[in-house]
Write a protein that binds this ligand. Sequence first.
Ligand SMILES: Cc1ncc(COP(=O)(O)O)c(C=O)c1O
Length: 304
Amino acid sequence: MNEANYIWMDGTLVPWAEAKVHILTHTLHYGNAVFEGTRAYQTEEGLAIFRLEDHCKRLYNSAKIVAIKPNMPYEEVKQAHIDLLKANNFSGNVYIRPLIYLGYGQMGIYHKNVPVNTSIAAWEWGAYLGKDGLEKGISVCTSSITRNPNRSTFGKAKAAANYLNSQMAKYEAIENGFDEALMLDENGFIAEGTGECIFIVRNGKLISPPNDNSLESITQSTILELAQDKGFEIERRNITRDEIYICDECFLTGTAAEVTPVRAFDHRIIGEGKRGPITEILQNAYFDVVFGRNEQYKHYLTYI
Ligand SMILES: Cc1ncc(COP(=O)(O)O)c(C=O)c1O
């Protein structure tokens, strides 16, 4: 773990080693918490957080969905991201993890009266699926685990509890020799990765499933904007696993995964078995945006 100097907890910058919770913290037992995964990049004009406002909005929307009343005002938490990065004086690219959780004070499943806490941690973190993965692509499988169904969980929330599913799917994939897994929805369509959305390319057309069975991904929306700018034809529709077998290109998008090509899926080679040309165009465009090299998208950056 790349430790930093401070973690922000309920309005205070706490030294990293002292950022602790009680063993009877409610979230540790029953799993209700919401979080974000946000990145900040070292641009030519210094460290900048990518789409801070959108990540904060999703964090507070997630809390609303799972009936957690945040203990800290929205604007204060947003500003705390900036203050934390300043205090930690990072020299590399940074991953930021805000968390709104149910704290210590009351046990039992009914959570309305449990105290709420908010923390933000940040540390230097490289490519989630490996630097090689970004260049050469990764191998992915269809998970045996169905993505959390809409009837019993809240998939629009970036809720900690949802990630048991992702964690089991990721575990199974890696233990079976793959890098990542794609989960199907209840109807057998591709839903999402364990922490990513998916795009395929067929005959020059970019296809990504609707967000009915996935998180409303901020990276996916950025890629869709960039693709539109570049004049690519875009379709939002369901795809099946066998359509991925025969697509020309496939890539995964997520704040952590950025834009990661898929070179093989369920042991079928995708396209040429390497990063495809449209994937490369969009990957480069994405990195231009997050590193502040595209004037048109600078409004997405919050400079520290
Ligand atoms: C399950 C899941 N789907 C999709 C995504 C991609 O979302 P974003 O691009 O906003 O990071 C993530 C990552 O946050 C995720 O955890």
